[in-house]
Design a protein around this ligand. Structure first.
Ligand code: PLP
Length: 388
């Protein structure tokens, strides 16, 4: 079948491919430690599950309005506002099946041929994929280890042209765990105002932060009318498979994004939206204890990687990923990731799965038990020693 030309511009997320290859090896009897997947290994909090079941029994089995049920939009506005020290209204919120569709819809709504969109590289692969897909030009801003994987604001400024329409930022960041400082975010905001740019601020990991504060770009002068915050339930509430996220945006943009929801998925599952209210308004102990457990694992994996010859790993400040430098092991990072999967039984992702500036690195998710992390570290250590 002849595909539309635009399909050649659509990328993907390698994590799903590596997971499939790892599963195929497991089907042949191999033992694999999974460090490729970007999702918490915890169960969704029990009271959230109960709320969804109760909602199903109470008849929340019909369509909802495309931007979401009013009670959830209200709860998101209150909770997301309180967390950021800002005031949002329910009519700024659009609920979607996962946070990912917000990227898709915002780029469809705002970027077109001739526009340039600046995005972090290494970064979440869907940014570049969607920028290309809508026909805009993807302009990567490199993230470097020597700058703690924070973008360099001077470099960002130099990439802005008269064609720049949008900047995508992501803090805490996937894949590096880097976190932008208050002054970084403030200076990005100043650039956005000066050049009349829109900012898509992917804050999906804002609850998974080990040091410092989460700074939302929406809080700076002139940003309320040009920021779209992307956030959701997948990471903080261990709800990846439920598919629910949201965007918070200027009210003028809401009808367009809601129309894209109507044209694609109609709405987010109604009983899941009911559970979302309980997740946000209910006790937050599970979120806190999950983050504390991630903090413990972060130490285990960073210490373990730094003890392996020719591997170096910076301490990430947020999310649940490490991005160790493996450029001295003697293989390019994709070959090394394949080697670890096939020869050592450890599934990881090559840094280049997140863009060209990821060469020399691997992404490991530490959303796995300490026991499995230790097993993976031992396997990586002996695999690296075998390379000499
Ligand atoms: N943004 C980033 C940076 C992510 O890493 C992810 C998921 O891995 C998402 C957004 C989307 O998450 P979801 O669609 O599950 O809400």
């Amino acid at each position: 079948m002849k595909l539309a030309g635009r399909m050649s511009r659509l990328g993907t997320e390698t994590a799903f491919e590596v997971l499939a290859r790892a599963r195929a090896l497991e089907a042949k009897g191999r033992n694999i430690v999974h460090l490729e997947i970007g999702e918490p290994d915890f169960d969704t909090p029990a009271h959230v599950i109960e709320a969804a079941v109760a909602a199903l029994h109470s008849g929340y089995t019909h369509y909802s309005p495309s931007p979401g049920i009013p009670e959830l939009r209200d709860s998101i506005a209150r909770n997301a506002g309180a967390k950021r020290g800002l005031t949002f209204s329910a009519d700024q919120v659009v609920v979607t099946p996962g946070g990912k569709p917000i990227m898709f819809f915002v780029l469809l709504a705002l970027a077109e041929e001739g526009d340039e969109v600046i995005y972090p590289n290494p970064g979440f692969p869907i940014y570049g994929s969607m920028i290309d897909f809508v026909g805009a030009t993807a302009v990567p801003v490199p993230l470097r280890e020597e700058n703690q994987f924070r973008l360099d604001v001077v470099e960002l400024g130099a990439l802005i042209s008269p064609r720049t329409r949008l900047i995508i930022i992501n803090s805490p960041q996937n894949p590096t765990g880097g976190v932008l400082s208050r002054s970084d975010v403030q200076r990005i905001a100043e650039l956005a105002v000066e050049h009349d740019l829109v900012v898509l601020s992917d804050e999906i990991y804002c609850d998974i932060l080990y040091e410092g504060e989460h700074v939302s770009i929406a809080e700076f002068p002139g940003m309320a009318e040009r920021t779209i915050i992307l956030d959701g339930f997948s990471k903080a509430y261990a709800m990846t498979g439920w598919r629910m996220g949201y965007g918070i945006m200027p009210t003028s943009l809401v009808p367009s994004i809601a129309r894209l929801v109507t044209n694609s998925v109609s709405c987010t599952a109604t009983f899941i939206q009911r559970a979302g209210i309980v997740a946000l308004d209910g006790p937050q102990d599970d979120v806190r204890s999950m983050v504390e457990e991630f903090r413990r694992r972060r130490q285990v994996i960073v210490d373990g990687l730094n003890a392996i010859p020719r591997v170096r790993c910076a301490m990430p400040s947020g999310a649940f990923y490490v991005f160790p430098y493996v450029g001295d092991v003697g293989l390019d990072c994709r070959t090394f990731a394949d080697y670890l999967l096939n020869e050592a039984g450890v599934a990881t992702l090559a840094g280049t799965s997140f863009g060209k500036y990821g060469e020399g690195y691997l992404r490991l998710s530490y959303a796995n038990s300490v026991e499995n992390l230790q097993k993976a570290l031992e396997r990586i250590d002996s695999a690296v020693r075998r390379l000499t």
